[in-house]
Design a protein around this ligand. Structure first.
Ligand SMILES: Cc1cc2nc3c(=O)[nH]c(=O)nc-3n(C[C@H](O)[C@H](O)[C@H](O)COP(=O)(O)OP(=O)(O)OC[C@H]3O[C@@H](n4cnc5c(N)ncnc54)[C@H](O)[C@@H]3O)c2cc1C
Length: 479
């Protein structure tokens, strides 16, 4: 493949010398990407990270709850150590995909020895319901990106008012409820209802997460809801008596809510959203839910069956927290559960190699790791492990592959700059960090002083010309 597309004459003018090396590319800088990059760099290869966001971290930075500061700063420190490795090169604010900054074909034209895709699962599952596009209806991941100050989401409207429905009953649903009830700086929230299509025994949140919002739950209200669905659960063979459910899933629930605010958290089980009603301004005002029956399948699993009975819930904000899906715009072949990987006979064996299902052959030298391999699949530690395992497979491939003469960091930088992209490199990150430090400690849950893209670029530029106080060490150019 020629180094650059023939349709880009201005780019072809950049002298291409190559450096006679096997460079490994990593797309994405969440936990999976950063730990994959570390593994590759420690094996001695030049490692190039291409990241959509300005800062590294992915959901570890912009998803994990703002007040989990210890976990977030611990991960941040490990990412900084990886970036500090001399053979790691960072290209932030570069989104890979045909519809984005650099297409996959252009990335391949930089002649990587292998590409590890760690781009996560950027889409959100939708139900395609009437009125779903009303104002005030959001994917929870976007909402979370907003309150965690991801640059691309800071200035977008994620207004939430008094009465909020959260669809889904996993940890993400609990996180957004916690934010709305407890930590959102503008405290408008009066009620949050968590809507679950199945019953109380199918909740997916962890005990340590629900603990944060239990003070907002009325025990009497929860008991009434359990009684409302108990016959339907009993028909599927389930005992949802309050003693059992509360002991198992809400161990710290007291008789009266202890939160100092009047805001309340409730649950509505066996309910599936059916449609949304909006006012003249286009803002959601009501959610129509169908009542569900619980069905016990022969294999022991439990599913929900929608009935004709419906109920209306008054809301001004709706958050979908029903899972993530992969972004097809990156240009990788899609499989039934995300990007297609080489089929394996044993379901317990992880498959990392990108696979073209139409041609029934692999994409040589291309691998997927973390949530890019399996969407919404667990915590940051698991993504790390997946990134490291995938990197090991990529390294085994690279060791026996011919030397592709990967472009140098400077050549890639020149190409991206010629495309008009504002790249953020390792030095820029250090300058940004220095400017943040100078402003002093940030008060959680707002974790950055500089949040918006233009502001960040301005700060980096100013910092480049800033007279460095003698106690600050000089920051060398990145490459
Ligand atoms: C709301 C929420 C709360 C969570 N809370 C916790 C928690 O408390 N504890 C915990 O351990 N785990 C938590 N997790 C899970 C954890 O965040 C994930 O397991 C982990 O971040 C997944 O890592 P990843 O690297 O696969 O993907 P991500 O973290 O999503 O990283 C993807 C990376 O790819 C980049 N990218 C995306 N598209 C492109 C593109 N086209 N081109 C270039 N780069 C691209 C992104 O910028 C990002 O850097 C939470 C997740 C969510 C959603």
């Amino acid at each position: 493949m020629p180094p650059f597309s023939a349709s880009r004459p201005e780019v072809r003018q950049i002298p291409i010398v190559g450096v006679g090396m096997k460079g490994v590319f990593v797309v994405g800088a969440g936990p999976a990407g950063m730990f994959a990059a570390r593994q590759v760099a420690l094996a001695g290869y030049e490692t190039f990270i291409f990241n959509r966001d300005i800062r590294p971290g992915g959901l570890a930075q912009y998803g994990i709850y703002p007040l989990k500061t210890k976990m977030k700063s611990g991960l941040r420190k490990q990412f900084e150590q990886t970036l500090a490795l001399p053979n790691v090169h960072y290209f932030g604010h570069v989104q890979i995909g045909a519809a984005y900054d650099i297409s996959l074909a252009e990335l391949e034209s930089f002649r990587p020895a292998a590409i590890i895709f760690a781009s996560g699962a950027q889409g959100a599952k939708q139900l395609g319901l009437p009125g779903e596009d009303a104002g005030g209806v959001y994917a929870s991941k976007d909402f979370v990106y907003n309150y965690n100050q991801l640059e691309s989401h800071v200035a977008r409207d994620f207004s939430s008012y008094r009465n909020i429905a959260v669809i889904g009953v996993g940890n993400v649903a609990i996180d957004v409820a916690r934010w709305l009830l407890q930590d959102k700086p503008a405290r408008y929230t009066e009620s949050v209802v968590i809507v679950a299509r199945r019953g109380p025994l199918e909740v997916k949140f962890d005990k340590k997460e629900i603990e944060h919002v239990e003070p907002f739950i009325s025990r009497a209200g929860l008991v009434a809801e359990l009684e409302r669905v108990s016959d339907r659960c009993a028909r599927a063979g389930q005992d949802v008596s309050p003693e059992r459910v509360i002991a198992q899933y809400f161990p710290h629930l007291t008789d009266t809510p202890t939160a100092p605010t009047p805001a309340r958290l409730s649950f509505r089980f066996l309910s599936s959203p059916k449609s949304f009603v909006a006012n003249a301004e286009g803002r959601v005002t009501q959610m129509v839910v169908a009542e569900n029956e619980l069905v016990a399948r022969p294999d022991g699993s439990i599913s929900a069956r929608v009935t004709d009975a419906t109920a209306n819930i008054n809301v001004d904000t709706v958050l979908f927290a029903i899972g993530d899906k992969h972004d097809p715009a990156i240009g990788l072949p899609m499989g039934p559960e995300g990007y297609a990987t080489r089929p394996v006979s044993d379901a317990n064996t992880a498959s990392f190699e990108v696979w073209d299902p139409a041609a029934a052959r692999p994409h040589p030298g291309q691998f997927v790791v973390g949530w890019a391999r399996k969407a919404s699949s667990g915590l940051a530690g698991l993504a790390r492990h997946d990134g490291e395992l995938g990197a090991r497979q990529a390294l085994a491939y690279v060791q026996s592959a011919p030397d592709p003469n990967t472009l140098s960091p400077l050549e890639i930088h020149a190409y991206l700059a010629a495309e008009g992209l504002r790249i953020v490199d390792k030095r820029d990150l250090l300058l940004l960090d220095r400017a943040e430090q100078r402003r002093g400690a940030v008060i959680a849950p707002n974790s950055f002083h500089f949040k918006e893209e233009e502001e960040i670029f301005k700060v980096i530029d100013e910092e480049k010309t800033h007279k460095i106080p003698s106690k600050d060490p000089p920051i060398a150019a990145a490459d």
